[in-house]
Design a protein around this ligand. Structure first.
Ligand SMILES: C[S@@+](CC[C@H](N)C(=O)[O-])C[C@H]1O[C@@H](n2cnc3c(N)ncnc32)[C@H](O)[C@@H]1O
Length: 315
């Protein structure tokens, strides 16, 4: 894990346009900061998706088209704290479905907390957590022949550039059977005045989340990042519908990373790209799905039309 982290950091910081993979945001501190982000007044994404799950859980479950008498696997990719998923789990219990809930997450801490919370609040739900990178578990989906419903919520897909998203969904689709379903949460395109504050809140929690990546490199890779040398600098391209988070160097300086054995130079104004958050509409998603076996079957939206949960199926 540390070797891979060091390798990814070296790859990212050695490029002409520096970048770091967003999956490294999620250590214990990052998980807690993300829970705080989801409660921010500016972070409309979680509230909008929560509204969909609170008000339309029964319709969503109906769209899964699973047989009540047949066991199925409910697999969630990047489950986090699973707050929204609980609405579905509760409704599935009420309706008497027979399933295991299999949350997959790269953060062991997030999975442990989720399992403990579900054990307390929904003890009837059978939870079988899987620790790992969701890019790496796609192939293993084929190992089980049970029907599957995959949840990929919170617009996590938006962290991938379109081409990677298309490849990911292609691989995911090719490992599913024709009756399996994918529930894909997607943040919808809207104006900058709604989107920008979600990535640059007044309280500074999104800033702390971004800076945590530097602190994590200091702790785990023995790096010498000084957060005072950086600004939190999110951007949103309204025409394309793509938000990006950056760490922007305030001055010329250098940083040593013991785990990579290298020193990295930063110029004043130079940016490290830390996260992409793509926004969607039906056309953008359909274009991404073109090279995959997946088609859109249903779409559930919140009242403000800020967010959509799409049900996809293999055609
Ligand atoms: C933005 S949070 C969203 C959590 C949840 N899906 C929601 O909608 O509230 C992203 C979650 O995905 C996990 N994650 C990010 N990249 C991952 C990867 N490549 N493989 C597995 N989990 C990942 C993180 O640890 C975190 O718990």
């Amino acid at each position: 894990m540390i070797e891979q982290f060091a390798k990814d950091v070296d790859d990212g910081l050695s490029q002409a346009e520096k970048k770091l993979p967003s999956k490294y945001f999620y250590n214990k501190k990052g998980d807690a900061l993300f829970v705080e982000i989801m409660q921010l007044p500016e972070y409309y994404l979680s509230r909008a998706e929560m509204e969909i799950f609170s008000e339309q859980a029964a319709d969503i479950i109906q769209a899964f088209k699973q047989d009540k008498g047949t066991y199925f696997e409910l697999i969630e990719l990047g489950a986090g704290d699973g707050t929204k998923t609980r609405k579905l789990l509760k409704q599935l219990q009420i309706e008497g479905y027979h399933y295991d809930y299999i949350p997959v997450d790269i953060s062991k801490n997030a999975l442990d907390q989720l399992e403990a919370a579900l054990h307390k609040d929904l003890p009837q739900v059978s939870v079988k957590p899987k620790h790992g990178d969701y890019f790496e578990i796609l192939e293993s989906l084929k190992n089980s022949h049970h029907p599957k419903v995959i949840l990929f919520l919170g617009s996590n897909i938006g962290n991938m550039p379109d081409e990677i998203a298309s490849n990911f969904l292609y691989q995911l689709g090719s490992n599913l059977s024709s009756h399996d379903k994918l529930l894909l949460g997607a943040d919808l395109i809207k104006s900058a005045d709604v989107i920008m504050p979600a990535y640059n809140d007044k309280k500074g929690v999104t800033k702390a989340f971004n800076f945590n990546l530097l602190q994590r490199m200091n702790e785990e890779l023995e790096a010498t990042f000084d957060i005072d040398n950086f600004d939190h600098a999110p951007e949103y391209d309204e025409k394309q519908g793509i938000a990006k988070s950056f760490l922007k160097s305030k001055r010329n300086h250098e940083v040593a990373v013991n785990a990579t054995g290298k020193i990295y130079q930063f110029k004043q104004g130079e940016k490290i790209h830390t996260e992409t958050s793509r926004k969607y509409n039906d056309k953008i998603l359909s274009d991404i799905l073109q090279k995959t076996d997946l088609t859109i079957e249903h779409k559930f939206v919140d009242k403000k039309h800020y967010f959509a949960d799409y049900i996809l199926q293999r055609h």
